[in-house]
Write a protein that binds this ligand. Structure first.
Ligand SMILES: NC(=O)c1ccc[n+]([C@@H]2O[C@H](COP(=O)([O-])OP(=O)(O)OC[C@H]3O[C@@H](n4cnc5c(N)ncnc54)[C@H](O)[C@@H]3O)[C@@H](O)[C@H]2O)c1
Length: 274
């Protein structure tokens, strides 16, 4: 190995070698991108999603990353479906060490027009799905035979902290506020089991969800594309470093926290004329 390619000792703290990571909403978008990242850092990957199949060829992913990838079709709003998927993961991988809860849906619709069914669906997927995914993950992490505990990363959103005049995302923002608060509570409650829990709050990220939100609302398209102060749309790659930090040993003393990754919009973008 050429000296420039040699691994530096500091890189070890980010290693996820020997771990199994469960990723809900893992078929595409942010979930899939973060799965790819943990795989690049050595973790095996179990993708859970309601979609029939993942967006990528997992045999190819195994070749590219050198770790094991499996896909489980599961609905995070269905207790039996979710439990069955987790049981299969443990059967296939032997243990669960890290978990990312990325399954989620969004809705951009004026508050005064949102229906009971629409709001209930958002809460079921984004809140109940996240809550019970984290619960199943924690059950398995607590019983890890080597008492190594685990790390759970919940995906909240910028909308849990702030909004723009162009958005109509009251129920979505409410659901993501619940996710952020859940990370705070679980970070404290699960610490005795050596399980860390954190959340990230991304701004506008270019995924199918992000693109659909922009297409449905021309004003949002402008915010989405020019999101100040850094002045560009976010990409899934913008979330990768933070995810590895929080899930790996590098984040060993970080729990019950939320990290905003918005290109700075939450701090100084509200002057945007939309
Ligand atoms: N894209 C953004 O701008 C953005 C910003 C902040 C937060 N987020 C959050 O990040 C997460 C991922 O978003 P994304 O942009 O990748 O969206 P996406 O729509 O591309 O991916 C979401 C995934 O969740 C899956 N899913 C939906 N309902 C499910 C269910 N009941 N059971 C299992 N899987 C289900 C979908 O099939 C899909 O694969 C979501 O929680 C979203 O709220 C996204």
């Amino acid at each position: 190995m050429a000296s420039s390619e040699q691994k530096k000792p500091g890189h070890d703290m980010f290693s996820m070698q020997g771990k199994t990571t469960v990723v809900t909403g893992g078929a595409r978008g942010i979930g899939f991108a973060l799965a790819q990242t943990v795989a690049e850092f050595g973790s095996d990957v179990a993708l859970l999603d309601i979609s029939e199949k993942p967006s990528a060829d997992l045999a190819q992913m195994e070749k590219d990353t050198g770790v094991k990838w499996r896909y489980y079709r599961a609905d995070v709003t269905n207790q039996e479906s979710l439990k069955e998927a987790f049981d299969k993961v443990v059967k296939d991988f032997g243990h669960i060490d890290t978990c990312i809860t990325a399954a989620g849906i969004a809705l951009d619709k004026p508050f005064l027009e949102q229906t009971w069914d629409e709001v209930q669906r958002i809460l079921n997927i984004n809140v109940m799905g996240t809550f019970f995914t984290a619960q199943l993950a924690a059950h398995h992490m607590r019983s890890n035979s080597n008492s190594s505990g685990g790390s759970i990363l919940l995906i909240s959103s910028q909308t849990a902290h702030t909004t723009t005049p162009a958005e109509h995302t009251s129920s979505y923002g409410m659901s993501k506020g619940a996710v952020k608060t859940l990370a705070l509570h679980l970070g404290v409650e699960l610490a005795p089991y050596k399980i860390r829990v954190n959340s990230i709050s991304p701004g506008f990220i270019e995924t199918e969800m992000g693109r659909a939100a922009a297409e449905a609302n021309p004003q949002m398209k402008e915010v989405f594309e020019k999101a100040p102060p850094l002045g560009r749309r976010g990409q899934v790659g913008d979330l990768k470093g933070v995810a590895v930090w929080l899930l790996s040993g590098a984040g060993a003393w970080t729990t019950a926290t939320d990290v905003l990754i918005t290109g700075g919009l939450h701090g100084g973008g509200m002057h945007l004329r939309v």
